[in-house]
Design a protein around this ligand. Structure first.
Ligand code: NDP
Length: 486
């Protein structure tokens, strides 16, 4: 039986669920069937004001606690998430359409990892002592920024909320989080669990709404920092708005990442990497390796093995754990994917698998592979954000690296080869923020993740995230008589 996904109310503000039906209704559709499973309301100006005011009120006390105290709350929340992983995963599946076989391992648990890791390091966040001449010294204080705003995309609603909340809160900030209007449910659960774990009211708030609500939060003078996961155009708009207030931003945006497969690679692992990097979450992952460059000598073998593996695709009920591929998140996203597949065919790419919508309700689309793709084709240049793999041929390493880097994006890149020197040489040459050698799309919380160029600014996860949620204050201490010219 399908779980009731309806939240207690639309927003979570000042430690409580909050409703305001004056806000525009936002239906939540189950992408596997298209049916409405819940309904929330966009935040009205009153709700936005309540969230920001409570965050501002709560932040100073939260920051005054020791890191150890803050960390304990986050780690308790991580435990609660692990205990309730199945319930949270089912809600994530209903919210996004991603199969339970994925959400059980990749969503709520990833949120728990983030809360546990940042909870663990919270007590270790500190400044440094710098000895100076004559016994003088300086020290630095790593201070929170204040009220931060998090804005999420719809592909990993729970993970995105936690990847922003965990470091922000560990560092002593408060946060107002706005999920994507497409997937409003996961962040509300996270907020309720944080409150249950002992987070003081106001430290983490969730408000619903579309871009206008996000824009109102970004522009508010009480907000010290913005972290957004979304598309490049949205990132640019938010960066512009943040610039007016000289506010720092973290932008996790889109990509068109390359995956290089050399002839000496373990071909089965390379095929697995390409499957994970194109079809996991039905291709709706920003770091996907959607340009798969395969060395000419192994191109046919690669395509054969890939085709054989596609026989293992199970597009069933996402709540059935045997299902390993879900629908797209929205009808709009499916139309975008279909548009790109049409372009691929028009521009002369060879369709070797998929390319159709199955005849059933919901937003399903077959996993699709194009071969003979060239660099100038639209499907090799633009982010599709769906289950469409483009396979391109190459001859030499130099050529492959140059073509891999010929993109305005720079989120991630991967290489499969057994040649250890080449693996590191290629990783060093990639223009990307996150690279993988003989693996793809692993994003553990311990290591920084993020992009360069059009793919974004700043890093999430690892110690790098602490840099983005704190500011350094320098304190000079004199040790002698102060002399002056007169
Ligand atoms: P969008 O850019 O459409 O939206 C991102 C978020 O920003 C949403 O919550 C959206 O609200 C909000 N928003 C829109 N306009 C504004 C504005 N002017 N001011 C403030 N907030 C605004 O992205 P999608 O949700 O469609 O997500 C897909 C994109 O996200 C892809 O391009 C993908 O590459 C990228 N992505 C990047 C990741 C990374 O880590 N680098 C990870 C996952 C996705 P609403 O949608 O509710 O209107």
């Amino acid at each position: 039986m399908m779980r009731d996904a309806r939240p207690e109310a639309s927003h979570f503000v000042d430690g409580r669920f909050l409703e305001d039906r004056e806000g525009e209704a936002i239906p939540v559709l189950y992408p596997a069937t298209g049916e409405e499973i819940a309904r929330v309301h966009a935040a009205t100006p009153a709700v936005i004001e309540a969230a920001l005011a409570s965050a501002e009120r709560a932040q100073a006390d939260w920051a005054a606690r020791t890191g150890a105290e803050r960390g304990r709350v986050l780690r308790r929340a991580a435990e609660l998430i692990r205990e309730r992983n199945r319930e949270l995963s089912e809600i994530e599946t209903l919210d996004t359409g991603k199969p339970l076989s994925e959400t059980l391992v990749a969503d709520a648990l990833s949120a728990a990892d983030a809360l546990e890791w940042f909870g663990g390091i919270a007590a270790a966040i500190r400044g440094e002592h710098v000895p100076l001449s004559g016994g003088a010294f300086a020290y630095t204080r790593r201070e929170p920024l204040g009220v931060c705003v998090g804005i999420g995309a719809w592909n990993y609603p729970t993970q995105i909320a936690a990847w922003k909340a965990a470091p922000a809160l560990a560092c002593g900030n408060a946060m107002v989080f706005k999920p994507s209007e497409t997937t409003p449910l996961g962040a509300l659960r996270l907020a309720a669990i944080l409150a249950e774990a002992g987070l003081p009211p106001g430290v983490f708030n969730v408000v619903q709404g579309a871009g206008a609500v996000g824009a109102a939060l970004v522009a508010d003078p009480r907000v010290a920092k913005i972290s957004v996961t979304g598309s490049v155009p949205t990132g640019r708009r938010i960066y512009e708005a943040a610039a007016a207030g000289l506010k720092p931003v973290t932008l996790e945006l889109g990509g068109k990442s390359p995956l290089l497969v050399f002839e000496d690679a373990d071909l089965d692992s390379a095929v697995s990497g390409a499957i994970l990097g194109n079809f996991y979450s039905t291709g709706q992952i920003c770091s996907n390796g959607t340009r798969v460059f395969v060395q000419e000598s192994v191109r046919e073998a690669f395509l054969e093995r890939l085709s054989a593996r596609l026989g293992g695709v199970r597009m069933g009920d996402p709540l059935d754990e045997a299902t390993n591929l879900g629908p797209l998140a929205t009808e709009r996203q499916r139309e975008i994917v279909e548009g790109y597949v049409r372009k691929g065919l028009e521009e002369g790419a060879r369709l070797v698998a998929g390319g159709r919508r199955p005849d059933r309700p919901g937003f399903w689309y077959e996993p699709t592979v194009f071969a003979d793709v060239t660099d100038s084709m639209t499907i090799a240049r633009e982010e599709i954000f769906g289950p469409v793999m483009a396979v391109l041929d190459f001859r030499t390493e130099e050529e492959a690296v140059a073509r891999a880097n010929a993109t305005p994006f720079g989120l991630s890149a991967g290489v499969f080869t057994r040649d250890i020197a080449r693996a590191h040489r290629v990783a060093a040459a990639f223009r990307a923020g996150t690279c993988w050698i003989n693996t793809y799309n692993v994003t553990p919380v311990e290591v920084p993740f993020g992009g360069i160029r059009a793919s974004g600014i700043g890093r999430e996860n690892g110690w790098a995230a602490v840099e983005h949620y704190t500011q350094v204050k320098t304190v000079h201490v004199g040790a002698g008589v102060v002399e002056a010219p007169f």
